[in-house]
Write a protein that binds this ligand. Structure first.
Ligand code: NAD
Ligand code: UDP
Length: 341
């Protein structure tokens, strides 16, 4: 019988891509999402790609009664937990929303899992837990710190999961620290679809390219880097999706808690991303270099060795693939999924 997985936040960017890889790896999956940052028409898109329409439960991970009902109805072997809020700037404005969704929500989910004796969890952590790291590559044992309520919410959940694992070693918990997820499914049917003004570089460039925005601000050209702009570890969302399947499969023959980076291991500058995007799209990106964005570090990329050793996973897709697939998605869906309802 196929193993069944609950994907919280599965209607979102990374969760929807992961659904596809789970289905092709032989799992069945149920999505629980409150649609606060996603669109239900993603289900039809996922059906077109996988030939199976995902079951969607519309609801909040903070709803204990709904979770209890969901776990009693389905025989889940594991949970992949993407649900949460993710905008760093917004988290400074609305810290309680972030702690409520990301920390209380996770506690509510963990209690429901414990009650239902479902003790395998893959958690979406982030490179943000490395704080203002001074040098890269970053290994998992690098000291952690938080520079925003969003980052603190990830750090606190990591701490909670460590305490839980220590108290009860029968829990299997993988904390996956993503670096900079970008790109889209090569079909162009699903991709990153931010509501409002994008906070992140790649969707912003894509919206300039498609004519939704007039110009990109490059935040700072005077960093101590080869071209003066910040370098990041951009990772294709399909590689990331594969990383989740690798983490689930890891627990076929292992147990306990692991924390691993999911990144490529190399840094790409803002100007390099613009150049690669122009090559992929054939569109000139209008940009100007403006002042630094507060809180940005000059360089941040992963040491992905542990993910290879423990999960047998490596990122295979290049920055060219990331730009090509982002453009394919954005040019086929200039306004995202917003006009599909
Ligand atoms: P996303 O916003 O596209 O997806 C998150 C989904 O969770 C959305 O569909 C949203 O509607 C849902 N959601 C939010 N709060 C919920 C709640 N309380 N109950 C039920 N559903 C809820 O974001 P994403 O980029 O796919 O990120 C997924 C996870 O990965 C998040 O936890 C995020 O913090 C983490 N992460 C993302 C990045 C990134 O750059 N995208 C980097 C590192 C970590
Ligand atoms: N960036 C930029 N203009 C934008 C958005 C981002 O120059 O409109 C830069 C940002 O300063 C950082 C890099 O692009 O150096 C990646 O930023 P993003 O917000 O995508 O990810 P982060 O690494 O901050 O999580």
């Amino acid at each position: 019988m196929k193993k069944k997985v609950l994907i919280t936040g599965g209607a979102g960017f990374i969760g929807s891509h992961t659904y596809i890889n789970l289905v092709s790896a032989g799992y069945t999956a149920v999505i629980l999402d409150n649609l606060s940052n996603s669109n239900p028409c993603i289900l039809d898109r996922l059906e077109s790609i996988t030939n199976t329409k995902p079951e969607l439960i519309i609801g909040n991970i903070n709803d204990a009664a709904l979770l209890e009902e969901t776990f009693s109805k389905h025989n889940f072997s594991a949970v992949i937990h993407f649900a949460g809020l993710k905008a760093v700037g917004e988290s400074v404005e609305k810290p309680l929303d972030y702690y409520n969704n990301n920390i209380s929500g996770t506690l509510c989910l963990l209690s429901a899992m414990q009650k239902a004796k479902v003790k395998t969890l893959i958690f979406s952590s982030s490179a943000t837990v490395y704080g203002n790291a001074e040098s890269s590559p970053l290994k998992e044992n690098h000291p952690r710190s938080a520079t925003s309520p969003y980052g603190r919410s990830k750090l606190i959940v990591e701490n909670i999961l460590e305490d839980l694992s220590f108290s009860d070693p029968t829990w299997n918990i993988a904390c996956l620290r993503y670096f900079n997820p970008v790109g889209a499914h090569p079909s162009g049917l699903i991709g990153e679809d931010p509501k409002g003004t994008p906070n992140n570089l790649m969707p912003y460039i894509a919206q300039v390219a498609v004519g939704r925005r007039s110009s990109l601000s490059v935040f700072g050209g005077d960093y101590n880097t080869p071209d003066g702009t910040c370098r990041r570890d951009y990772i294709h969302v399909v590689d990331l999706a594969e990383g989740h399947v690798a983490a689930l499969n890891y627990y076929n023959s292992n147990s306990g808690l692991i924390t691993v980076n999911l990144g490529t291991g190399s840094g790409v500058s803002v100007l390099q991303v613009i150049e690669k995007f122009e090559e992929a799209s054939g569109v000139k990106i209008n940009y100007s270099i403006t002042s630094r964005r507060s809180g940005d570090v000059a360089e941040c990329w992963a040491d992905p060795t542990l993910a290879k050793q423990r999960l047998g996973w490596v990122a295979r897709r290049s920055i060219e693939d990331m730009c090509k697939d982002t453009w394919n998605w954005q040019s086929k869906n200039p306004t995202g999924l917003s006009d599909q309802q």
